[in-house]
Write a protein that binds this ligand. Sequence first.
Ligand code: ATP
Ligand code: ZN
Length: 286
Amino acid sequence: MNEILKIAVQKSGRLYDGSMKLLKECGIEISNGNNQLRVQAADFPVEIFFLRDDDIPEYVQDAVADIGFVGENVVVESDKEIDITEKLGFGKCRLSLAVPKNGSLQQPADLDGKRIATSYPFILQAYLIRNKIKAQVHQISGSVEIAPKIGLADAICDLVSSGSTLFSNELKEIETILFSEAVLISNKQLSPAKKIILESLLFRIRAVKKARNNKYVLLNAPNDKLESICRLLPGMKSPTILPLAASGWSSVHSVINESDFWNVIEQLKEAGAEGILIIPIEKMIV
Ligand code: ATP
Ligand code: ZN
């Protein structure tokens, strides 16, 4: 029988859409949505298991699933024997300490002797030991942000992305304990056949991630400014330059990184570029 790689993804919640979108962009089409526990892909040797995110590290450790897409925060908290193979670039958040906005607690050291509510007791305890803070950890499974208001704790340690939940509960962040995003975790004893499927999936995932982080840029440049414009556009090898029908002008094509995108565009304009077009890249293989 041909091998199939079993992938665990969150059944519903904040990671579901990002996980399915990534699989789709990797050319892996899943029909029937998430109403079933497991679904086989039509055109790639994988089977998707839809699970609660907290269970994914254990299932991957125990080889119920071969790999999983799950938040790094859940992976670190669960402390299982698995490999973190690839960061996936979505589900970004941070695990932070927060305190009442107008109270006397201002910094982590002030939490000595206080009570902290969290769903991440393992990560929090390790942080407190590392920083020699003697606080009591109260484990609660949900709605951690209301704990100070109802008198259950003096501070919280919880996931934050925009900060709007903290804001509406009159809390302020005083320290980030962990930055997190969705990661691909793998079982430590994959068979050689499964490793081959995983490598082929990783090749696709990396091409999708690169494409998301880069844009294709087209612009017109007067020939006497080409040199300084090309210096701003290293591209994958070097920019492509094609003559325009109008004499003295060229069209320049290249790839630029999302991280310094606006900065580069400004500089291109200053250097004399005109008619700048930015185009999304679907896949990028280097
Ligand atoms: P499940 O029902 O699967 O147990 P859940 O309620 O525990 O779901 P979600 O709230 O859907 O989990 O969050 C899943 C993951 O999304 C988190 O573990 C974290 O990695 C990521 N995430 C990103 N931003 C946030 C945020 N602002 N708050 C909580 N989680 C976030
Ligand atoms: Zn969960």
